[in-house]
Design a protein around this ligand. Sequence first.
Ligand code: ADP
Ligand code: MG
Ligand code: ZN
Length: 628
Amino acid sequence: MKISWRTIVLWTIPALVIGFFLWQGTFAQTQMNMGSNTASTRMSYGRFLDYLKTDRVTSVDLYDNGRTAIVEAVDPELNNRVQRLRVDLPVNSPYLISRLREANINFDSHPPRNEGAVWGLLGNLIFPILLIVGLFFLFRRSSNVPGGPGQAMNFGKSKARFSMEAKTGVLFDDVAGVDEAKEELQEVVTFLKKPERFTAIGARIPKGVLLVGPPGTGKTLLAKAIAGEAGVPFFSISGSEFVEMFVGVGASRVRDLFKKAKENAPCIIFIDEIDAVGRQRGAGIGGGNDEREQTLNQLLTEMDGFEGNSGIIIIAATNRPDVLDSALLRPGRFDRQVTVDAPDIKGRLSILNVHARNKKLSNEISLEAISRRTPGFTGADLANLLNEAAILTARRRKEAITMLEINDAVDRVVAGMEGTPLMDGKSKRLIAYHEVGHAIVGTLLKEHDSVQKVTLVPRGQARGLTWFMPSEEQGLISRSQILARITGALGGRAAEKVIFGDSEVTTGASNDLQQVTGMARQMVTRYGMSDLGPMSLETQQSEVFLGRDLMTRSEYSDEIASRIDAQVRTIVEHCYEDACHMMRDHRVVIDRLVDLLIEKETIDGDEFRQIVAEYTNVPEKESYVPVL
Ligand code: ADP
Ligand code: MG
Ligand code: ZN
C-alpha cells in the first residue's frame, strides 16, 4: 500500500487532538494539586476563625490570590498533633491579614505559577489551531479524491469507475463448452505474449474483439481467461457505467480508462454490455441521446488514437450485436467477432465437469444424464444448478450430492420454488385432469416429446406441471412436431372441457393458449407451413427503444392479414378437436390416472406410459396425421 504524506497528516490530526485532551486533563490536575495535594481535608471559614481565636493555628499559606489557604493547626485533644487543612476564604479579607499579624502567626502568600499561565494560554490556543489546520487538509484532500465533497465543482474530471485486476487467476481450463471461441481467442493471448512474432513481419495486431452471445454463456469469464493466460492486467468497465446524467462524464471516463490502460500496457480492456453505449447513433425516439453519442465518439477516437501495436487489446461483450453502430464494427476497431453460444450437450457435460471439481458428488451421479436433462442451459445456469444441488444436500445433511438433489435443483431452476400441494377438493381434481390431459396427448402422439413426470406439486406460477423429456436440440422441427406440440398444449383445456363441461373450464389454461397461438402464428407467417404457401410474412421484431427505426413496414396487405388470422384459427381449432377426441376415447384410463395422481401427487413418466399401454390396444405411439 502506498502511504502518502497526506494520509499521515490526516491521521496525525485526530491523534494530536486526543493527545491534547489527555494532556490538558493532566495539566488541570497538576494545577489543582498545587493547592490541594498538601491538604486533603477541608475546613469551613467559620471554624478557621474559631481556631484562630483559640490559638490553635500555627501557620497559614495563601494561594490563588488569597482565595485558598492551607492552614496548619494543632489539636490539643489529640496530643497536639499537627493537622493540615484547606480553607476557602472570602474574596477580600484585609481583616484576616491583620488578625494573623495580631496573633503573630507565620503566614505567607504564594502567587500562581507563571509557567502554568503560559501553558494555559497555549492550551487554549492549540485546539482552534489544530481545527483550522485539520480542516485545511481535509478540503485539500477531498478535492483530489473521486466522489469527495470538493468534487461537486469539477465532476467528470477524474471519476474512474473501472476496476483493475492485476491477475485474474482465470485460465482457459476454467471455461468449457465453447471450444471454437477459445481457439480464436488463443490467438489474442499470443498477440499479448509474443507481439514481436507478428510485428516482425509487419502484421498489425487487431485492437478489438467483440464477444457475442446470450447472457451467462461465459463472455466475461473468457475475457478474464485471456488476461489470465497472457498474464496481463485486466481493466473492466460496464457500458452502462459510461452513460451518466451529466453530459461529458462518459467521454471523460473513456479518456481516463485508456490513459490508465496505456500506463499498464500490455493489458486487456474489457467493456461489458457495450450495446449500452455502442448503439446506433441517431436512432430511436427523439433522435438519440447526446451523452451516449459523445461517449461513443470518444471511444472511437481513443481506439483510433493508439497504435495497433501498443499492447492493449479491447474486448467487448454484447448479446445484441444487431443494434451496434456500424462504426464500431469496421476494421481497425472491433474487427473480430467471436460468437459464444449456449453450449450443446457435450459442452454442457464439460462445463459440469469444471464446476463439479470442487463439489462432493456421490458415485451414482452421472453428469451425462444431467447434461441430457438440461437443454438450453447456459454455463451460468449449470453453475447455479450445481450450487443449488449442493445447498439442498447441505440442508438435508447428506455427505454428498445425489441424483435426487440434482433433479430437485433442475426443477427449481426451470420452474421456480416448490409450493405446498392443494388440499383435496374439486379444484385439485380439475388441475389433475388438466395435467393428465397434457400428459396423455404427449404419450399418445408419436411426434410429441415423451412425458417425464406429471405432478400436482405447484411450482412458481404453475399449480400443476407436466414435464416432458426435452428432445436434444436437433435443430430443425418438422410440421407434424409443431402440430403435436400445439395439440399437447391444448390437452389441458380439452380435458377440462370434456370432463367438466363448457361452463366449468378455468383460467388455468391461459398460458397454454398463449403458447398455442404463438406457435400457430409462426407456422403461418415465418415457416410457410400453411395454405398461404411458403412465404415469410414477418421479420423478427426489433424494439424501437434499442436503437432501431420507429416505423416498421408491414410486409403484407390487409387482405393477407385476415387470411393469416383465418389460417391460425384453422390450425388451432383442428388441434383442439383432436385433443378433445383423445380425451373422449381414453376416458377410462384418464380417470384412473387422475385417481392415482391425486393419491400420489407425482407420477413418473415410465409408470404413466405403462398404465396407458394397459388400456390402449396400440402399445406403440400413434403416428399423428393431422387433418387440415
Ligand atoms: P456472461 O458474461 O456471458 O454473461 P459470465 O462469464 O459472467 O457470463 O458467466 C457467469 C458464470 O457462469 C461464470 O462465472 C461461471 O461460473 C459460469 N460459466 C458461464 N459460462 C461458463 C463456461 N463456458 N464454462 C464454465 N463456467 C461458465
Ligand atoms: Mg458478463
Ligand atoms: Zn396446462
